[in-house]
Design a protein around this ligand. Structure first.
Ligand code: GLA
Length: 400
């Protein structure tokens, strides 16, 4: 079964590459060979909104990816085409600025701009993208576009870079060029995690550890609510402001802390006396989530999936009640899932405010589970739910 899924994927990849190469040549000129690079998406296992609070994370790559066909050109043009959006964008090195109409292409443009800032400049490039990471599902298709672009540019230029440099270049592209004030979770995971591993990251010390992991008798399921994430940017920025405000208030009240993640669970009652109720909710989420990540790391090590599932559920509750990054649709899906005996736990993936739940399940039948969810979910919301298992994915690199 696993083999046939792999064979289907490989065939699709070969077909896609053929289409990508012919689109690239048709649109941007016939001359020159095309090379292919790829980067996986990521899924966070625990550690919701802890990254920009210098906290802890457990995350992995997924076996879904963005592939890019790439070729240098000498005339300063930056040409982009997405097979999935059927959208072409033409820009130039001279005038490489973010433009709302360029949509998804602002991510590769940002990476090229950041590389230029650090002295790695291109003579021009053609890039054609395709992928199987669902858009808007919180599996970081945008960070995977950034990572695949970076691999292509430095691969074609034969420019070495460390994993850290790669992660931070993409992170800067997203923060400074695209204007999304994200933390380091997505880019760091994509460049530092790997197949058959779960990554533990301490965002304060930027120290990471890979824990070997095999899906034995257990699966990670992504359950897409199909609800867009229009609110992500504004709500995300608002949460960051609230965390900053809580940090300042606690410092004023005498807490000798360097971030919200320096607070221990025992200090929470004291923090409560110094904070307004809304800010206290945000702090409680960050502090308890860090503690859950520590426990989850041990649960992964011991392959204690029951424990891990419970921690997923506790993380979900904390997100929904204290960080308020759930939606009625995600809440409904969580409720439906909790009635199933094969489900060990489920939590909100990525930023939240729509997108997916990620769930741990023992020996599930994904098709049966999807049809159970589909009926109730459609009846109540009028929307379609999609469910698919994910495994860990290969680190970014060139496709040979
Ligand atoms: C998004 C951001 C990440 C992180 C998560 C929430 O995915 O890009 O940096 O903050 O949300 O944990």
């Amino acid at each position: 079964m696993a083999k046939s899924r792999k064979a289907i994927k490989e065939k699709r990849a070969r077909d896609d590459r053929g289409r990508m190469e012919s689109e690239l040549k048709k649109r941007f000129g016939d001359q020159g060979g095309v090379r292919f690079f790829r980067a996986p998406g990521r899924v966070d296992w625990l550690g919701s909104h802890t990254d920009y609070n210098q906290g802890l994370i457990l995350a992995s790559t997924v076996d879904r990816e963005i592939v890019v066909g790439a070729r240098l050109r000498g005339d300063g043009a930056l040409n982009f085409y997405s097979l999935d959006f059927d959208h072409e964008v033409r820009a130039s090195l001279k005038n490489n600025l973010p433009e709302p109409g360029h949509g998804w292409a602002n991510y590769p443009k940002g990476v090229i701009a950041e590389l230029a800032q650090s002295g790695i400049s291109l003579p021009g490039i053609d890039l054609v993208f395709a992928g199987d990471i669902p858009i808007g599902a919180n599996l970081s298709s945008s960070a995977a576009i950034e990572a695949a672009t970076l691999e292509a540019v430095i691969g074609l230029l034969e420019q070495p870079m460390t994993r850290w440099q790669k992660a931070f270049t993409c992170w800067r592209a997203e923060n400074r060029f695209v204007g999304m004030p994200c933390g380091i979770l997505d880019q760091f995971t994509i460049f530092n995690a790997d197949k058959d591993c779960v990554m533990f990251l301490d965002c304060d010390r930027l120290a990471s550890e890979l824990i070997r992991f095999e899906f034995k008798g257990v699966k990670l399921l992504v359950i897409n609510s199909g609800v867009g994430r229009e609110l992500v940017r504004s709500e995300y920025t608002q949460r960051r402001k609230e965390c900053d405000a809580a940090f300042s208030a606690l410092r004023k009240a005498g807490f000798k802390i360097s971030s919200l993640s320096s607070i221990t669970p025992k200090q929470l009652p004291k923090a409560e006396r110094a904070l307004k109720p809304l800010l206290m909710k945000r702090v409680r989420h960050v502090v308890t989530e860090n503690a859950r990540v520590c426990e989850a790391k041990e649960a992964v090590r011991k392959q204690d999936f029951k424990r891990l599932g419970k921690l997923f559920d506790q993380g979900y509750k904390s997100s929904s009640n204290d960080y308020n990054n759930s939606t009625p649709e995600l809440d409904l899906l969580h409720k439906l899932l909790s009635k199933r005996k094969e489900i060990l736990g489920a939590r909100i993936a990525g930023a939240g405010w729509g997108g997916c739940l990620v769930s741990l399940a023992s020996d599930p039948d994904p098709a049966a589970l999807e049809s159970y969810l589909r009926e109730s979910y459609r009846k109540i919301t009028g929307r379609e739910v999609k469910l698919f298992p994910v495994e860990t994915g290969e680190a970014p690199g060139e496709l040979k």
